[in-house]
Design a protein around this ligand. Structure first.
Ligand SMILES: Cc1cc2nc3c(=O)[nH]c(=O)nc-3n(C[C@H](O)[C@H](O)[C@H](O)COP(=O)(O)OP(=O)(O)OC[C@H]3O[C@@H](n4cnc5c(N)ncnc54)[C@H](O)[C@@H]3O)c2cc1C
Length: 433
């Protein structure tokens, strides 16, 4: 047994850690190993979907082989522990890119499928699962199931976004998309309030593939921020990727993100980017993964760790609901530096438990200050509940069961596909086993 935590560093409970390294023996390991277990990729989820305190973790990062690639169609078959970074670095020079990618490329293919992750282009290309053509799962009763949009669709819909609870994904076939090179044409536009944010989002969605915004959640007034948009470019030259990486070498004794640091930090960030606003060509790693060069930045929050609170609310009530959440956060003065606001496209979720649904999503980090932080979350939950929205399991460590059940109406259907030999901190907390 050894202590394992996830990205939010809220816990470090002992786990029985079993590495999976050989595709052909995964079935035997999950059948014969101590139960219950759950798959664990890079542990880049913030809460407990990838944890199983006092139980088994099947760590997949050595299942990292590429199996086949068709350079005419862009179809890639690989093992589930391959990192998105390795796909990008290998295939972009060959003219292919992952169609959908989250804000870090240090995640595994299995983790990206199990959380059905989204990127900045949901309004155009949906979520990660929309580009998976087939996948294979190993169940703890020895069954091997291959499924996809064209075969065993019900298993596919349960597994995409199924937070690892239907079986261990061993390999997947992914459709890459053609790209001319690693650069994007980008534009940064400061905005002064939420109505301006929604106008920019509406105006940008037809012509810009990638859109996202940073919002200053502590600014007085109506939510100023920076709207960023980008398109892949045919340009043959552009800035090189950042090669220098920095790290947070030691854990500070208390969170460096606090009431004293946050307001001036947010104001300075806004001013700097306001000044840098305009068009420029960016390398895809800087545009998609701005934090990947700052290693272990999660340590900044000190020994108690931090939460991320990510919700999505329907578009028709979106502005009022986001405004209400920002008001609560500003009032609590417990805000977040990493505050991201983004619209999702009008597409129904692919997976039974996939998070993205039509609407607007707000994601914020909060240092763990115990009861005070939980009280704030209860007030935010009330806004999400009233707006008929939902929270993102990949980021969650504390949502109440009624909010989970109300947010995910296909939950009862999903339960039928659960593997009884799999359990996680999240599943015990919210599904009872
Ligand atoms: C800086 C940062 C930015 C992020 N930005 C985004 C974003 O923009 N959009 C977004 O959607 N998410 C985002 N995330 C969250 C992250 O993309 C997801 O949590 C991702 O799923 C983590 O992948 P992982 O390999 O670390 O999986 P883990 O966190 O280890 O596991 C995630 C889930 O997948 C399951 N799982 C892992 N491997 C397998 C497998 N082989 N078979 C079955 N189940 C498996 C686990 O059981 C768990 O339920 C971000 C995270 C960070 C740290």
């Amino acid at each position: 047994m050894r202590p394992v935590g996830s990205w939010g560093r809220l816990s470090a409970d002992p786990h029985h850690v079993v590495g999976l390294s050989d595709l052909h023996s995964v079935k035997d390991v999950v059948v014969q190993g101590p139960h219950p277990g759950v798959a664990h990729g890079m542990g880049r989820s913030y809460g407990d979907v990838c944890l199983n305190p006092r139980g088994t973790l099947w760590v997949t990062t050595s299942l990292d082989h590429f199996i086949a690639f068709d350079s005419c169609t862009g179809r890639l078959v690989c093992e589930a522990g391959v990192l998105l970074r390795d796909i990008q670095r290998l295939f972009i020079p060959r003219g292919w890119i992952l169609p959908v990618t989250p804000g870090t490329q240090l995640v595994t293919v299995g983790g990206a499928i199990a959380n059905d992750v989204h990127g900045k282009n949901h309004h155009v290309l949906g979520s990660f699962g929309d580009h998976v053509k087939s996948l294979t799962i190993a169940r703890t009763n020895g069954e091997i199931i291959q499924c996809g949009p064209d075969e065993c669709l019900e298993w596919f819909s349960a597994t995409v976004g199924g937070i690892g609870l239907t079986g261990v994904i061993t390999q997947a076939e992914i459709q890459l998309r053609p790209v001319s090179g690693p650069w994007l044409d980008t534009e940064t536009i400061p905005y002064a309030g939420l109505d301006e944010f929604f106008r920019l989002a509406d105006d940008s969605e037809a012509a810009w593939e990638h859109t996202v915004s940073w919002i200053d959640c502590l600014a007085p007034g109506r939510g100023r921020g920076l709207f960023m948009r980008g398109n892949h470019t045919r340009a043959e030259h552009g800035p090189a990727p950042k090669v220098r990486s920095f790290g947070v070498p030691v854990e500070p004794p208390v969170s460096m993100v606090n009431q004293l640091s946050l307001r001036p930090l947010n104001a300075a960030y806004y001013r700097l980017h306001q000044w840098k606003a305009g068009h420029f060509v960016a390398h895809h790693e800087s545009f998609f993964y701005p934090l990947d060069h700052l290693h272990d930045w999660n340590r900044m929050y000190g020994p108690k760790g931090f939460f991320q609170y990510q919700s999505v609310v329907p578009r028709d009530v979106g502005q009022d609901a986001i405004q209400a959440m920002l008001r609560e956060i500003s009032r609590s003065r417990d805000g977040s530096f990493l505050a991201v606001l983004k619209t999702f496209g009008n597409r129904q979720p692919l997976g039974m438990l996939s998070f993205p649904q039509p609407g607007v999503t707000l994601a914020l980090d909060f240092p763990n200050r115990g009861t005070r932080t939980h009280k704030l979350f209860e007030r935010l939950d009330a806004v999400v509940r009233e707006a008929r929205g939902r929270l993102y399991p990949a980021k969650d460590a504390r949502m109440p069961r009624d909010l989970f059940e109300a947010g995910y109406p296909r939950l009862t259907e999903f339960i039928k596909y659960r593997d009884p030999g799999i359990s996680s901190g999240f599943s015990r907390r919210l599904l009872g086993s």
